[in-house]
Design a protein around this ligand. Structure first.
Ligand SMILES: [Zn+2]
Length: 208
């Protein structure tokens, strides 16, 4: 994850904002509150029926620009060492401060998903990885994100602490610290990786 405000992996920014927020169908309120004005002409946006659209949209009352609201992609990796251990980091920022997660962050507009996965993993762990198969793709509509998790082989680099990672550790599959994992999407990705590669290991809550 990259920085505080853009790191809302699962939870979205806090909702301490008491201004009236527009109701935009099922768009999360924290996101709706950022969608007041047209990005093209500065006019006011209004939510409602728009000709030619199958569902209600947010559109500019002055120029007609339609502000589509779509989720963003969070690119993450489950880095696996040559010894078969999974590298996780203990988060140095909110949300999830002090808890474990895999490296990842928002995909930038000028990179491919593989490039984003390699970049985020290097930034947050110091490790160079080669992304392989996709472990899973996880939707969190309440946070307006989709999280993709790649399995990624560690091919170089060395653990390097940074503001986003106060600890970096490699865990044997049976030693993953499930109770301390920060996000549902992290638990889902780790669980799916375990199911695929270590069916002998049973994450908590599953029958042995
Ligand atoms: Zn406009």
């Amino acid at each position: 994850m990259t920085d505080g405000s853009r790191t809302s992996h699962d939870d979205g920014p806090s909702l301490d904002d008491h201004r009236a927020t527009p109701t935009l169908g099922r768009v999360p309120p924290w996101l709706a509150s950022t969608l007041n004005y047209c990005s093209r002409c500065g006019g006011e946006l209004a939510f409602g029926p728009v000709e030619g659209e199958e569902r209600e949209r947010l559109a500019c009352s002055s120029c007609g620009f339609i502000a589509y609201v779509n989720p963003r992609l969070v690119v993450t990796t489950i880095p696996v060492t040559p010894h078969g251990e999974v590298v996780l980091l203990r988060r140095g920022i909110e949300p999830g401060y002090g808890m474990w997660a895999q490296p990842g962050g928002f995909l930038e507009v000028d990179e491919t998903v593989n490039e984003g996965a390699v970049r985020e993993t290097l930034e947050e762990t110091g490790l160079l990885v080669e992304p392989g198969e996709i472990i899973g793709l996880y939707s969190r509509p309440e946070a307006a994100i989709v999280v993709v998790a790649f399995e990624a082989l560690v091919v170089g680099g060395a653990h390097r602490l940074n503001p986003e990672a106060i600890e970096i550790r490699a865990f044997r599959p049976e030693a993953i610290p499930w109770e301390g994992v920060a996000f549902m999407t992290s638990k889902w990705a780790l669980r799916d990786w375990i199911h695929r590669h270590h069916p002998e290991v049973h994450p908590p809550g599953e029958r042995g």
